[in-house]
Ligand binder design. Structure first.
Ligand code: NDP
Length: 248
């Protein structure tokens, strides 16, 4: 059977660990050439080594998605090395949780900057080459929190709700150039991000998940593969929940 992403070039932000690294691993196993970017140099280096162990072409770039000039540099380096960009996975994200009463302005700004502005910066930088080649797939990693809200996560919820609105707008603007823009809204996925939550909130969360278990990064990666492949050519502006039925 031929591979689903043979020779496709993908950029994955926040690719040093967690969901981003898993997406990169699945995509290269399906024949893609990957560019992983992250702010965390040590994890980035380890991720690059792991991902290229079986001969896959993986370029690692230390960049901060909040900085438009660094994002442009990433796109130029990708074009220099691989000649095109077929897929962008906007995955870099952070949390700075606090109740609204106690949320600092700096926590609001940091989360909005990485999660929402970072996604905007990356879409903006890849859209020209994608529009020119009349082909592209953009997948934004949002969150079910962006759909339902969550006490203690006003900044995160607003950023992810913003990502969903941005997804739909970009989908409308780019559809005529054959560039699909979709979002994934994961529920509770077991990564470093969720490891730091208190046990009591994890137990309470589990009771709300009909399948009775937390999700794994691979659950999100498989949905990203579907949205990045030809299987989803007639889908754009969609938000797919990967949450074990938590939000229906
Ligand atoms: P992780 O924290 O494990 O990984 C996120 C990666 O993004 C980290 O390596 C992080 O680096 C990097 N990153 C942070 N800021 C920037 C930046 N400015 N520029 C480039 N890279 C950056 O998170 P997950 O894998 O769990 O999450 C991935 C995405 O999925 C996020 O967008 C998250 O919001 C979303 N998501 C996750 C859920 C979950 O349950 N885990 C649920 C719903 C959505 P560093 O280590 O230095 O911070």
């Amino acid at each position: 059977m031929s591979k689903m992403l043979e020779d496709r070039v993908v950029i994955i932000t926040g690719g040093a660990r967690g969901i981003g690294k898993e997406v990169a691993g699945l995509f290269v196993s399906e024949g893609a050439k990957a560019v992983i970017c992250d702010v965390n140099p040590q994890d980035l280096e380890n991720s690059q080594k792991d991902l290229s162990a079986n001969g896959a072409e993986v370029m690692a770039l230390q960049i901060d998605v909040t900085k438009a000039d660094q994002v442009e540099d990433m796109v130029n380096k990708t074009l220099d090395k691989f000649g095109k960009i077929d897929i962008l996975i906007n995955n870099a994200g952070i949390t700075r949780d606090a109740l609204l009463m106690r949320m600092k302005e700096s926590d609001w700004d940091a989360v909005l900057n990485v999660n929402l502005k970072g996604t905007f910066n990356c879409i903006k930088a890849v859209m020209r080459p994608m529009m020119k080649q009349r082909k592209g797939k953009i997948v934004n990693i949002a969150s079910i929190i962006g759909l339902m809200g969550n006490a203690g996560q006003a900044n995160y919820a607003a950023s992810k709700g913003g990502v969903i609105a941005l997804t739909k707008t970009a989908a409308k603007e780019l559809a005529s150039r054959n560039v699909n823009v979709n979002a994934i809204a994961p529920g509770f996925i077991q990564t470093e991000m969720t490891k730091k939550l208190p046990e009591a909130s994890k137990e309470a969360m589990l009771k709300l998940i009909p399948t009775g278990k937390f999700g794994q990064p691979l659950d999100v990666a498989k949905t990203a593969l579907f949205l990045a492949s030809e299987l989803s050519d007639y889908i754009t502006g969609e938000v797919i929940k990967v949450d074990g039925g938590m939000v229906m």
